[in-house]
Structure formats: structure tokens, C-alpha cells
Design a binder for this molecule. Structure first.
Ligand SMILES: NC(=O)C1=CN([C@@H]2O[C@H](COP(=O)(O)OP(=O)(O)OC[C@H]3O[C@@H](n4cnc5c(N)ncnc54)[C@H](OP(=O)(O)O)[C@@H]3O)[C@@H](O)[C@H]2O)C=CC1
Ligand SMILES: O=C(O)[C@@H]1CCC=N1
Length: 273
């Protein structure tokens, strides 16, 4: 982004604000280049104090922006699109949607405009520059795809995927943050039961999880290859691991991810009242 470009984030909740913070932290833009909107604008007072523009007027935010990020809930989207339609300039603006279960063509159909839409599915680790973001489009130019990719590459790792896989990406990567956090929480609860204070147990579990993830990412290795290095014959690791599997550990994760993906594909059907 250049210094004269403006970005509007329509729907500044958990992911919208995480994105704004990530972009500013990475030096992609200044708070003054970002307009944050939500209906309860008073809840954005802390961001206004940091220099972000804040408003409940989506139309004004869109009018002055080059890039418009849609970050409301799926059931809130149609109302928002109807509201901003008069301000969209299809030849000049790019829409980026982070909304689960809504295709690029759903957005154009509701807008009744042939605007370029690129979907991005980040996760909340975007706030600290560690998102896994999947990007897809059905009509974005290479220039705009590269622009979106460059934005999200600065706040983590991004890959371009086929649009049909975006609901799967939602489950694995966006919901996945919660799944891995719950695993760490469970490990820390086990740690407390075997003698550590809760704060220490959480720190130990989180750093151990980080080490496990980094082993895979840095060594391009497979989990079982690394697990084999930990499981001494007749040892305590294999005893614990097998007990977890007898209780359905892997199965629970796989089933949960499948259900999340099904649900992610269904979210747009319900309108908010
Ligand atoms: N949370 C996550 O980890 C991820 C979420 N997503 C997707 O991002 C989207 C947002 O999720 P999330 O941030 O969790 O949800 P939140 O509920 O936290 O954020 C949605 C925000 O939109 C605002 N909003 C609703 N209607 C309007 C409107 N008409 N104009 C302006 N603002 C509006 C709400 O505030 P108010 O009520 O004050 O208007 C709220 O702050 C969803 O579609 C979700 O599928 C994608 C990837 C990850
Ligand atoms: O739970 C949800 O529906 C959203 C989408 C991905 C992460 N949070």
C-alpha cells in the first residue's frame, strides 16, 4: 500500500480489529489510513485515540477508501452490502471479504455490481503477525491478488487456494486457532493435576506446543517422524499417547474439523434480525 491509499474495515470486531492491528504493526499502513466501522462506534474509542478513523457510517467509509474489507458476520452481510452499494466504484475499488461461507459471486450478486472481490481467510494470530491466511478469488486480477497476498504475507503466511476450498480453510485455519488453544489448555490442566501452578503449567504447555509446531515448520518434517523420536521403548510418552488415542484424541479433532467445515458452509443462509 502506498501512503495515500485508504482502507475501510467494515465490521470492526474480533477479526477486523486483529487485521487492523496486524497491518499497522507490520508497517503496511498508519492508523490514519484505516477507517474502522461498527454500529456501536463508542466501542472503538480506544482505536480513535490511537489515530484510526472510526465511524458508524459505512457509506462514508467506503466513499473515501481504495480497499474495502468486509468483516461482519455472514448473517449481517446482505444488509451491509445493500447499504454500501451506492458508494462502490467497481473500476477503482477492491473488496476483500474475510466472511466465512460467502462466495465472491454471492457478494457481487447481492451488490448487483461487477466489482473485484478477493476472499481472505485469516485467523486471529494476524494481530501478532502469525496468521495462516488462505486467499481465493474468481475475478480478481493478478495485480489485486498479489496486492492482497502481499498484505497478508506481512501479517503471517498466506497461500492462494481454489475458492471451493475456502470453507475447509475456515475450519482448519481460522477455527483451528481455537482447536489448538483448547489442546494447550487441556495440557495445562493435566500439568496442574501433576503438580504445577496453573500459570506455570500454561506457559510450559504453550512453549511445548510452539516447539512441536516449529519442529514441523523448520525441519519440514512429519509429525510421526518427530513423535518417534520422543517415544522411548516401554516409555512414558507412548503410554500417554496411546491412552489419549484410546480415548479418541485424533478422532475427536478430525470429527470436529469436519463438523466445523460443514457449519462454515451453512452460515450465510441465516439472516440476522
Ligand atoms: N473471529 C475469527 O477468528 C475469524 C472470523 N472470520 C469471519 O470474520 C467475520 C467477523 O467475525 P468476528 O470478527 O469473529 O465477529 P464479531 O462479531 O467480533 O465482529 C463483527 C463486527 O461487525 C460489526 N457490525 C455488524 N453489523 C455491522 C454493520 N452493518 N456495519 C458495521 N459494522 C457492523 C459488529 O459490531 P456492531 O454490532 O457494533 O455493529 C461487530 O463488531 C465473520 O464473517 C467470520 O466468519 C474469519 C476468519 C477468522
Ligand atoms: O466461528 C466462526 O464462525 C468464525 C469463522 C472462523 C472463525 N470464527
Amino acid at each position: 500500500m502506498n501512503a495515500s491509499q485508504q482502507i475501510a474495515i467494515l465490521g470492526s470486531g474480533n477479526i477486523g480489529l486483529s487485521l487492523a492491528k496486524g497491518l499497522v504493526k507490520a508497517g503496511i499502513c498508519k492508523p490514519q489510513q484505516i477507517t474502522l466501522t461498527r454500529r456501536n462506534v463508542a466501542a472503538l474509542a480506544d482505536y480513535a485515540a490511537l489515530g484510526y478513523h472510526t465511524t458508524d457510517n459505512n457509506l462514508k467509509a467506503v466513499k473515501k477508501s481504495d480497499i474495502i474489507v468486509l468483516a461482519v458476520l455472514p448473517q449481517q452481510l446482505n444488509k451491509l452490502l445493500d447499504e454500501i452499494r451506492p458508494a462502490i466504484k467497481p473500476e477503482k475499488q477492491l473488496l476483500i471479504s474475510v466472511i466465512s461461507g460467502v462466495s465472491c459471486s454471492d457478494i457481487r450478486q447481492q451488490l448487483e455490481l461487477n466489482v473485484q472481490v478477493v476472499r481472505a481467510m485469516p485467523n486471529t494470530a494476524i494481530a501478532i503477525g502469525h496468521s495462516m491466511t488462505c486467499i481465493a478469488t474468481d475475478n480478481g486480477t493478478n495485480k489485486n491478488i498479489n496486492l492482497v497476498k502481499s498484505l497478508f504475507d506481512t501479517v503471517g503466511v498466506s497461500i492462494q487456494i481454489n475458492e471451493e476450498l475456502m470453507t475447509s480453510a475456515t475450519a482448519l485455519c481460522a477455527c483451528g486457532i481455537a482447536f489448538f488453544l483448547r489442546s494447550i489448555r487441556a495440557a495445562s490442566q493435566g500439568g496442574t493435576e501433576i503438580g504445577f501452578h496453573a500459570g506455570d503449567a500454561l506457559k510450559m504447555a504453550a512453549q511445548t506446543a510452539k516447539g512441536a509446531a516449529d519442529l514441523l515448520l523448520q525441519l519440514s518434517s512429519h509429525p510421526e517422524q518427530e513423535i518417534d523420536k520422543v517415544t522411548s521403548p516401554s516409555g512414558c510418552t507412548i503410554a500417554g499417547l496411546n491412552e489419549m488415542e484410546h480415548n479418541g484424541f485424533s478422532s475427536a479433532m478430525i470429527k470436529g474439523i469436519k463438523l466445523s467445515a460443514e457449519k462454515a458452509g451453512d452460515l450465510y443462509k441465516k439472516e440476522e434480525h
